[in-house]
Design a protein around this ligand. Sequence first.
Ligand code: SF4
Length: 216
Amino acid sequence: MSDLNGQPADKKSANKFLLACILDYQMRYQIVWENAKRFVEDDLGDPEHLWETITSVPRSEWESEASWRKHSLHRFPDGHNRVWRIGSRIVSDYQGDARNVWDGQCPDVVVKRLERVGAGPQISRVTVGGLIDTGQITGESSLKADLHTTKVLGRVFTGEKVSPDHAHQIAESVLPGDTWQLDFPLFQLGLNVCKTRDPRCGECYLRDECRYAVAR
Ligand code: SF4
């Protein structure tokens, strides 16, 4: 979902990546990347100083309904508004360069730093997972307990719905310390096969192990 490709990121790519991660909040991941690219490259002209450019707009103006509609960055106003709030912390704490959040740091430190700038625990973990996948940092991380991953873990291991915290516990029991490796396969399964209303158990490679499918 990004321009990061295993090489050390330049400042523009790193900031665009972080923007897309911040938008990954109740939105499909393909759309957040498209929205981040369009906004940065088309609306803003791909500026060298992305966060300074965003926060040069007064906060009250950024958080107006007109700004939310104009940029079409996020489906919810709060998803749009938090871009400014997090951006101002990236400017004040990390010189407006997302690489300063993660360069040379271990995953746990990066998660804490992202939480401190306001990204939230789930998005912070996903961002760190993306940084590991693209070779920006090394180490282990944990999955994002979203609708799809939580749904699949709950159905397979308990036969019913579980909370995000319970989903994390289950994932830890499967792959201790590095549950991020489960994130993409579980997300894809939940999105495409393990449908919320009508799971297609007959097509699922987990059907023989799944408590929900066995009980049907
Ligand atoms: S077997 Fe059915 S309920 Fe279980 S994970 Fe697969 S699709 Fe979901």
